[in-house]
Design a protein around this ligand. Structure first.
Ligand SMILES: *Cc1c(COP(=O)(O)O)cnc(C)c1O
Length: 421
């Protein structure tokens, strides 16, 4: 029996209606930008396996560093112990994180990084005798699938069964460069009506919404307003972090810096799951007290797993290397040229790009997981490229190590796809 067939006996896949889509692609190997399936067919991973494997799959340098750590210290409880990989990772991260970040808290995945951020913001106000109970988030944002993260996510079409169990969140539109007054007025009115604990946002690029890019100055004005009103700002950089937008973090493009930052995905380069919630000294200080109950009682068993920390350190070493920085610039330039080339195509409604992220919207309207999307996914896979369209959006987020030739092939299959939609 093939893996494809055996899969269907006991496995339940995420984001799947198994009745309609019983079958999976069975991948047996990944190296650099290439995925190989059980029949030996190869695919270019043009979305870095959900934005994680940015230095290429099974990167030799990262594997070497991770393996060395595996032989030294595998796991230890982080509530009572500390270790060099966590300490070094905190030092290396603080060097590159946006100004103001000074404390590193560990989680296991993007959703729990957000969950911890939400709890930090609520408890910060609680500890400072300024109890607040409402969050603000962008329309169509995505922050994960646990309850807090699901609550702040605006992409809630699939959250129906849970709607009445979510925390209280009010939404504002993303700034588009023209709606400045509307956005700020909405925000001002909300802040008058409710006690707002925090504002959570995907800085500049809303990934799950289809790589929607919003306006830098508009976002900065929102953040400045929040600072003024003691609304804690939480930058969810789970997708945008570690070079995706051309800077180390998307927040580097924006003048007003966040109080709290959520990191995951490329943090551990696609090798091991881990996440971090970082914050400023001011936030941390609000938890210091002779009262135990003012501490932050949130913990995951694998917090600061030494192996994952070693992987993350190796990833940062690669990120800051001139080789990787040049790769990011090279891809960004190629995206710009490709965008210019296809933006006037009759099937293309709009194109956008920032750093290694490129997206185009088709003129055709379709459901997020509709037939067109399925048809396109298959079209790309049949031609040796893994792209995962969302609704009428086709987006690229290639590993930084992609060759010019591979990148050209990705563009080429997209152009070919425009002829069949
Ligand atoms: C993927 C993602 C999350 C959730 O991360 P998981 O590791 O899948 O739980 C949260 N926020 C953003 C912006 C993401 O892209």
């Amino acid at each position: 029996m093939s893996l494809k067939q055996r899969d269907q006996k006991h496995l339940w896949h995420p984001l799947r209606q198994h009745h309609l889509h019983p079958e999976s692609f069975a991948i047996v190997k990944a190296k650099g930008c290439i995925l190989t399936d059980e029949d030996g067919d190869e695919y270019i991973d043009a979305i870095s396996s959900w934005y994680t494997s940015v230095y290429g799959h099974c990167n030799d340098y990262i594997i070497e560093k991770t393996y060395a750590q595996m032989q030294q210290l595998d796991q230890i409880m982080f509530s009572d112990f500390t270790h060099e990989p966590a300490i070094r990772l905190s030092e290396e991260l603080i060097k590159i994180l946006p100004e103001g970040q000074n404390k590193i808290f560990f989680n296991d995945n993007g959703s729990t990084a957000v969950e911890a951020a939400i709890k930090m913001a609520l408890q910060y106000h609680f500890n400072t005798d300024d109890k607040r109970n409402v969050f603000i988030a962008f329309e169509n944002g995505f922050h994960g699938d646990t309850f807090g993260a699901m609550s702040v996510s605006g992409l809630s079409v699939y959250n129906g069964p849970f709607a009445e169990f979510l925390i209280d969140v009010k939404r504002i539109p993303t700034p588009d460069g023209e709606n400045h007054d509307i956005v700020l007025n909405t925000l001002r009115n909300l802040s008058l009506e409710y006690d707002i604990a925090g504002f959570i946002y995907e800085p500049l690029v809303q990934g799950a919404a289809g790589m929607k890019i919003h306006d830098v100055d508009g976002l900065n004005a929102i953040l400045a307003f929040c600072k003024e009103h003691k609304i804690l700002t939480i930058a969810d950089e789970v997708m945008t972090g570690f070079g995706k937008t051309g800077r180390h973090f998307a927040s580097d493009h924006i003048e007003t810096k966040p109080d709290i930052i959520c990191l995951s995905k490329a943090l551990t380069a696609g090798l091991i799951p881990m996440a971090i919630t970082s914050c400023t000294q001011v936030i941390y200080d609000a938890f210091l007290s002779t009262d135990m109950a003012k501490g932050f009682f949130h913990c995951h068993t694998y917090s600061a797993n030494p192996i994952a920390c070693a992987t993350a350190i190796a990833g940062i070493e690669l990120l800051v290397s001139s080789e990787m920085q040049n790769n990011i610039k090279r891809i960004s330039k190629a995206h710009e040229d490709f965008g210019r080339q296809i933006k006037d195509h009759p099937k293309v409604k709009s194109v956008r790009h920032i750093g290694v992220i490129f997206a185009l919207d088709l003129n055709t309207e379709t459901e997020r997981y509709g037939d067109l999307r399925d048809q396109l996914l298959k079209f790309f896979m049949d031609r040796g490229v893994f792209l995962r369209p969302l609704g009428n959006t086709i987006y690229i987020q290639v590993p930084y190590v992609i060759s010019d030739e591979q990148l050209k092939k990705v563009y080429q299959v997209i152009e070919e796809a425009l002829e069949i939609v």
